[in-house]
Design a protein around this ligand. Sequence first.
Ligand SMILES: NC(=O)c1ccc[n+]([C@@H]2O[C@H](COP(=O)([O-])OP(=O)(O)OC[C@H]3O[C@@H](n4cnc5c(N)ncnc54)[C@H](O)[C@@H]3O)[C@@H](O)[C@H]2O)c1
Length: 267
Amino acid sequence: MELKGRTAVVTGGGSGIGRALAHAFAREGMRVALADVDEAGMAEVAGAIRAEGGEALAVPTDVADLASVQALADRAFAAFGRVHVLCNNAGVATSGGIEQATHRDWQWVLGVNLWGVIHGLEAFLPRMIAQKEPAHIVNTASMAGLIASQGLGVYNTSKYAVVGLSETLAKDLRPYGIGVSVLCPMGVSTRIGESERNRPAALANPTPTAAAPVELIGRFLAPEAVAGMVLDAIRANRPYVITHDEGLEPLRKRFQRMERAVLEGKR
Ligand SMILES: NC(=O)c1ccc[n+]([C@@H]2O[C@H](COP(=O)([O-])OP(=O)(O)OC[C@H]3O[C@@H](n4cnc5c(N)ncnc54)[C@H](O)[C@@H]3O)[C@@H](O)[C@H]2O)c1
């Protein structure tokens, strides 16, 4: 898919991977709409894009709220007429055993990581289909959407759901000429470890959890490197963006466990 002259929407565009995606799209000559709860972060990204001669719109958005994402879609279509690339990327993370997770942990993490993606589809997809132009959706999951880790259960749940949703979405949207990629990174140097900064007061835990952050295996990549891989995947319509070679071995082991289950389960 050709990117120049087209329009991209990036949720979570005020920081980390979303910020790098926004810059990468702008450098390809795309118009970019940023959506984030972090208005200061977004303003900085939009300002930097404009300073380089690009076109950027910053729309304060809470992806956990359908009305807010619908308002984002209305603003993006009003400003640009078309949306060709939708990156449902905003996300938050918690750590700690599932047995210790609070109802509010589930609501917050699933609200942003899973419902945020669903809201993006609900708000944008009908118009993206109706415009009848090449288009692509990128959903940010994680290697945590393919491999389970002790202490990441709430996050794992949200990201496995995004992988499943994306795999089906790719099949459902093929007849419309809309591609789908699911982004599954391991460590990326961003502010994801400070996710609590974005937690709404209504979903705060009465006593903050004492769980230590889960140590990720593998390298930490720069968000710009990840953004480059996403752009390549959009151009080539690749279903998965798996950024770390380190993921191969745990993935193999997971499928070997499943294979064993199939073979051993036979009577
Ligand atoms: N950094 C990693 O190691 C890593 C690995 C795998 C997957 N991911 C995923 O990458 C995505 C981007 O995260 P990041 O690593 O760039 O972290 P980040 O914290 O730097 O950026 C996340 C952005 O999402 C925004 N956000 C949070 N809640 C929001 C909400 N309710 N509505 C709108 N925006 C909201 C934040 O304000 C922030 O700007 C997430 O989905 C995350 O789960 C990150």
